[in-house]
Design a protein around this ligand. Sequence first.
Ligand SMILES: [Zn+2]
Ligand SMILES: [Zn+2]
Length: 306
Amino acid sequence: MTRKRNKPHRQILSSVIALTAVAFAFPPAAWARDEIVGTQGSEVYHTRDCVHARRISDTRRVKFASEDDAIRAGRRKCKTCARLEETTPLRGAPQSKPAEPVASRPAASPPATQSQPTSSPSTQRATGRVVEVIDARTFRIGGVSEKVRLIGVVSPGADCPLGAAAKRYVEELALGREVVLEDDPANAKQAHMDRSGRRLAYVRVLNGDDVGAALIGAGHGWPDSQRFDRRQTYAEAEKSARAARRGLWSPLPSPSGATLVQRTAKGVTYHPQGCTHLRRTAEPLTLTVNEAREAGCRPCSLWCEP
Ligand SMILES: [Zn+2]
Ligand SMILES: [Zn+2]
């Protein structure tokens, strides 16, 4: 009797062992631990490789470009991931911090020109004319079938005033002009795509500006927290835009400048009052948008005021 019962038990045990062995032999490399993922059809998204995120099968795993994308898709953050976020550093924070000392160090190497990559050279993939600027970082380029998205840049969405200004800036810079698309070697493993399968590239106006660096330098965007080769150049562009109070960093005239916004104690983002991003923040700080700009805070994706 006991032996009969033991047998299936042993079988289960051995399959557990086998599965564990498989898990160790093939670590869950299909998604990086800092990606925003969720299960197909679920209402939750994960920001960390929590126990639930690990259980999502490859076929049912959906990825989001950002938390905001996931929120816009009607999802809420996994509670386990929210707890993990409290105990481990914020996404992107460790990457963007080291740029500061490097940027403020006295120049030991010859200064790079604006459109030069700072590390490994980018590969030229295509040239074409910009036929449409969809938003400040998304273009249609003649001869290129898919939409092209700038790598390394975050800029407000074009349907709000800040994004509309950014779009106008890029239209003046690049619309109708011949541009060169350059792949980022740092993104080669992802086949030069973002998580939603969009084509990512640096876009440089022929014989002219790197559009991403120019956009950030004009104060219409900031460096992305994802990995990309031109981070140092882009971080320097943001620094100079902040110092010169261009675009997003310029104080607004009253009464717009006195609009109240909210932020977390450590956050570098300001939000509209009562923003959904802050629903887990016990006591968000309230300040005016001009104070937030002065402090170098960036608007959250749901900010739709000047
Ligand atoms: Zn989770
Ligand atoms: Zn927000």
